[in-house]
Ligand binder design. Sequence first.
Ligand code: FE2
Length: 284
Amino acid sequence: MLDPCQLDAWDRDGFLVLTGFADPADCAELVARAEAIVAAFDAATISVFSTSEQTRTSDEWFLSSGGEVRCFFEEDAFDGAGRLVVPKERAINKIGHAQHDLDPVFDRFTRTPVLAAVAADLGFGDPLLVQSMSIFKQPRIGGEVGCHQDAAFLFTDPPSVVGFWFALEDAIVDNGCLWAEPGGHRGPLRQRFLRVGPTDADGTRFEPLDATPLPEPGAAGALVPLEAPAGTLVVLHGLLPHWSGPNRSDRSRHAYSVHVIEGGADYPDNNWLRRPPELPLRGF
Ligand code: FE2
């Protein structure tokens, strides 16, 4: 699937931008399916947050989502009493984290022979699809995602996570495309995002591992924009520093990402994402 030139670029840069990878009709179907999931979501499910309980309850909503299909909202979407202050279809930040296993439309989009072939070309022997996210990046209010390495969130020993990020709509600088640091995947893992304790109520923390700063966003910095027309697959090495800007435009920027880890690598218990025993990780 990948030619020697692309494999060289992967080793050199830590990312690939594969335009025309996904069929436009399939991208549109995935956007429609994500919108239908949001439309069917009863905001009352999470509007029980009181101010004092909000952090704990939202931690639990997040930490128990590894085997669920759940909606996550922009930070400012709720008032102090836990009521949505804008319509939910405009307040949604993302859907996660197991729609690739639980939703037939997402499953079909994700488990394709061509994506399996890309994973094999990148060296996966036993790829496991650990997480999926539908990212909305709403017009005008979609926020930035700070510079990070995906291996901080999906840690394996040895490191193995790779992100497959699909532009379902055109992603350009103005609507908050990805930016990445070419070659930055050869740097160290800076931190890990950990569960503090055994239960979903215990919350999370960041554990520093290396003081090397991550690159700062900005025109003069080390990050370059990865503009991607709809249908593009962007592949991101798990150690690659990347960032996405806010969406200041009036164009939405739907994206879908799925993360893959190597089945033979150790996946520590204190990773934030856990799957219930009845929903074990699967490959392509
Ligand atoms: Fe990421």
